[in-house]
Design a binder for this molecule. Structure first.
Ligand SMILES: Cc1cc2nc3c(=O)[nH]c(=O)nc-3n(C[C@H](O)[C@H](O)[C@H](O)COP(=O)(O)O)c2cc1C
Length: 375
């Protein structure tokens, strides 16, 4: 006998499948990388600073983060997700960094699941915490009321509206009505009393789309670029698990789709960097990647997948260890380019070579100005 779950539990079930797949399988992009391997700082043999003077804190949308790192939104909507959110939030609170939670759709559809998200604010009363809803749900009828509910649920400091047309296009149950994303983002950005962040989930944002998002009134863009976790990969594995051959093959074909994180960061910074905050997420795996993302124009970097398994299997201590390593790696990069603080790091000289340079040049971006900023 096949027992089908009631509608209100389907999102929760899908959320659990996503976590399970990300924990058990290799869901990294296969051929495409972030492009950070093509980005090099100009080493300073004369840094002319003392390493202990280095200050990594930033002001981000009115909040102070001790390091320019945000644990990117991943989960909620399932009892397992409650544990993961709790451990991630403990780590974020301990180190005073930012954190996002996963899409709150599951709890909007079924309020009895709200506790799986609320836990983040309970254990981390002071952090910069980001609520999360999907643009497809806004188009399907979510209004300012649902946006306010999501923010209130975790007493959030900002709302991320995620954009994931790639994943929606590949899911058999995907929401493929993308007409109206912008109009809805604009409405929410205008009416909500916390800042709105437009957030991709692994396929990157172009300069052109960044300009449209700026017009729509968002306060920040999380570029969610390609080179890290592949959502096509996750959907391909999910399709395989349920015997859906077409879904499996589609996911394989698009496994590496998207604008690499380094490229997207430069494009978005060129287009809107003077006006909006930029978070670079997607394949950020070390403090050196964080440093490169900031030198390319980001204000903070987001990291998702590397924290999932430590949070689930070992708890907050393991997440804190990983984060401390990243922060120390960032400090070393800052020392080696003579940057006492994050604004100086953002002005340091970087060269962009190889495929990433080819891509950016083909898009008309002048790379010399990145390599000759500081005398
Ligand atoms: C298990 C998992 C679940 C995710 N769920 C969401 C989500 O609900 N909403 C969202 O905006 N992004 C979600 N993401 C995307 C991440 O925030 C991030 O953009 C993406 O994973 C790329 O970063 P990474 O390479 O560091 O993993 C999820 C990522 C993972 C690994």
């Amino acid at each position: 006998m096949v027992i089908s779950l009631p509608e209100k539990f389907l999102t929760s079930k899908r959320k659990f499948e996503h976590i399970e797949i990300c924990l058990k399988h290799n869901v990294k992009m296969r051929e495409k990388s972030t492009g950070f391997e093509d980005v090099e700082f100009i080493h300073r043999s004369l840094p002319e600073i003392n390493k202990h003077e280095i200050e990594t804190s930033i002001d981000f949308l009115g909040h102070t983060l001790n390091a320019p790192i945000i644990i990117a939104g991943m989960t909620g909507g399932h009892p397992v997700a409650k544990k993961i959110n709790a451990e991630l939030a403990k780590a974020a609170q301990d180190l005073s960094i930012g954190m996002g939670i996963g899409s709150q759709r599951a709890a909007i559809e079924n309020p009895s699941l709200a506790y799986t998200y609320e836990i983040a604010r309970k254990v981390a009363p002071d952090i910069f915490l980001i609520a999360n809803l999907g643009a497809p749900q806004l188009v399907k009828g979510y209004s300012i009321d649902e946006a306010k509910k999501a923010v209130k649920m975790i007493d959030a400091d900002a709302l991320a509206i995620h954009l994931n047309p790639l994943q929606e296009a590949l899911q058999s149950e995907g929401e493929i009505e993308a007409r109206g994303y912008l109009k809805n983002i604009q409405r929410i950005a205008k009416e909500l009393d916390v800042p709105v962040i437009a957030k991709e989930t692994g396929a990157g944002i172009s300069g052109e789309d960044a300009l449209l998002l700026k017009k729509a009134g968002v306060a920040a863009i999380d570029i969610g670029g390609a080179g890290g976790t592949s959502w096509s990969g996750v959907e391909s594995i999910r399709a395989k698990n349920r015997g859906d051959k077409l879904g499996e093959e589609l996911g394989k074909t698009y496994w590496d789709w998207g604008i690499p994180t380094a490229v997207s960061t430069v494009e978005v910074a060129e287009a809107v960097g003077n006006y909006l905050k930029i978070i670079a997420t997607g394949g950020i795996r070390s403090g050196l990647d964080v440093a490169k993302a900031l030198a390319l124009g980001a204000d903070a970097a987001g990291v998702a997948l590397p924290f999932l398994s430590p949070a689930y299997k070992e708890g907050a201590r393991a997440v804190i260890l990983k984060l401390k390593q990243m922060i120390e790696e960032l400090r070393v990069a800052m020392f080696l380019v003579g940057a006492r603080n994050i604004s100086e790091l953002k002005q340091s000289n970087v060269v962009v070579v190889g495929k990433t340079a080819d891509w950016l040049k083909a898009r008309g971006i002048n790379l010399v100005k990145l390599s000759k900023r500081r005398k």
